[in-house]
Design a binder for this molecule. Sequence first.
Ligand SMILES: NC(=O)c1ccc[n+]([C@@H]2O[C@H](COP(=O)([O-])OP(=O)(O)OC[C@H]3O[C@@H](n4cnc5c(N)ncnc54)[C@H](OP(=O)(O)O)[C@@H]3O)[C@@H](O)[C@H]2O)c1
Length: 266
Amino acid sequence: MISMKIGVFGCGNMGSALVLGMKARFPNAEFFLFTPSKLKAQELAVRVGGSCLDLISDMPRDLDWYLLAFKPQGLDEFQFDFAPNSKIISILAGVKTSKLVEKFCSAKIARLMPNTPSALGLGCNLLFLNSHFNQIEEQEISLLLSAAGKLFAMKTEEDLDLTTAFSGSGPALIFELARIFEVELTRMTNGRVPAKEIVSQTFFGSAALMNAASNVDTSYEELRTQVTSKKGVTYEALEVLKKNNLQDVFSKAFEAAYKRTIELSK
Ligand SMILES: NC(=O)c1ccc[n+]([C@@H]2O[C@H](COP(=O)([O-])OP(=O)(O)OC[C@H]3O[C@@H](n4cnc5c(N)ncnc54)[C@H](OP(=O)(O)O)[C@@H]3O)[C@@H](O)[C@H]2O)c1
């Protein structure tokens, strides 16, 4: 396990985050990296002491695991002759395991929906395995991927697709909220306070409280109530969110993201 060999196709934001997370936990893991323009594979190879390949055909065919980490739109033109029974992990959003089984020689396809905190080992990652893995392989992949954060096993691909907007896209939605906090604080104080640090610490502390609360079964509503006294400062702010249907806005955003997942899977 510790000396596992992993082939990686695509070293952008997500591919790099996963490889860095795995390397930090399993220093002896060996990575073979390929990207068409070579630059990102080269950069990552330096960081993890891996091999950057000149050509896709240079990728060894006998590695323990392969990671597909390019955009789903690139799948049609992607060509690699996997050996039969290769174990392939795909992070291509929306692409069904059946489509990958059809395209490649191997039937062993795992779908992973990671998120970018994986680079710090703090990912919230969803995993669906098709029925062709044996128990040892299931344990191996869980161990490998748990290096990048918490791993949640999905019973169906539909559940993975439905959850994608919350975990995979989730950090972007949270960063958008953080950006709004920063812009508004800067506007209201005319730039006199360190807005970015204040926002960052507020999100960081709140996430830590949420994390602690999940261990003691405190709901998010209770956490919110702890900050809100009737007719107080926070109450006024929350009333504005309620009147402007923030929940409805998020509901539409999640539905739109799921619709796009389905479109990408066609
Ligand atoms: N970003 C996220 O938070 C997130 C979350 C969950 C899932 N995902 C999934 O992760 C995948 C990658 O997203 P990303 O944000 O990491 O994209 P990205 O930053 O644009 O990186 C894509 C990488 O794929 C490489 N590539 C393109 N065509 C290739 C091919 N034929 N063979 C091998 N590599 C190829 C690119 O190479 P060059 O460097 O040469 O251009 C680049 O290194 C997507 O399928 C996305 O759905 C992303």
